[in-house]
Design a protein around this ligand. Sequence first.
Ligand code: NAD
Length: 263
Amino acid sequence: MGRLAGKNAVITGAAGGIGLETSILFAKEGANVLMTDISQEALDRALAKVKQLVPGAGKVETKLCDVSKEPDVSAAVTHLDAWGGLDVIFNNAGIMHARDDDALNTPEAIWDLTHNINVKGVWFGCKHAVLALRRHNKTKGSIINTASVVALVGSATPQLAYTASKGAVLALTRELAIVHAREGFRFNSLCPAPLNTPLLQDWLGDDVAKRQRREVHFPTGRFGEAVEQAQAVVFLASDESSFVNGTDFVVDGGMSKAYVTPE
Ligand code: NAD
């Protein structure tokens, strides 16, 4: 029996990075998984990887879903009605735009785009998860929302729209955790540190100085790996975390607790 046996899960932003690693681990742990993202081609590649790595997986399907569009999110969650209803949603999709900057230089359109995906997308995921859990008379459910360590510590290399959006994710998750606690629906935020995923690595590119500017702040001396986030998500999704609610679940190798790091 897997740690997620019998659970039906939606994962947003599942075609790459943390979302794909989580899809793989969820499938390994016995969950039925609906992988959602904005590119069907990317989803097809991701699905092939899951099937290759987890040959005995239960239901693993894909569906296009732009999280900033409520009908897309609603349709993804409703897709699981035929499976017995949603038990887990990992609201993970998010962007960090190259033109995101400080208070003076962030274009308003980039602010709005970032908030539409990173904040409104998470809200829609939470809303439709609650509706589905109630529709199926579930007495427990786990909602995991991806925030970031920049919701907890300020960064001198600013991406103001991104930082503000992740702060909003922490705040809304905490409140929903309290509002729905008596229904058995748990809400937790995942706070990853910078990782080896396309989101950050494409942005850093070959710029060694830009990379070192960040790496020096890690006590471990390295960026995290997406699978290290996925391991935490499995715990938060499973009944092992039944008394974990409203947390800012930090997976950062100690980065946000460090002053001077080891040489
Ligand atoms: P990634 O770019 O590898 O994956 C993000 C996925 O989200 C992509 O597959 C992308 O297609 C999808 N996506 C983008 N816009 C979407 C939309 N409107 N609707 C649905 N899907 C959309 O990045 P990742 O590192 O795996 O990021 C996952 C989450 O982790 C994000 O919320 C990100 O902000 C957060 N995070 C990442 C890091 C990091 O260093 N990579 C650090 C902290 C937090």
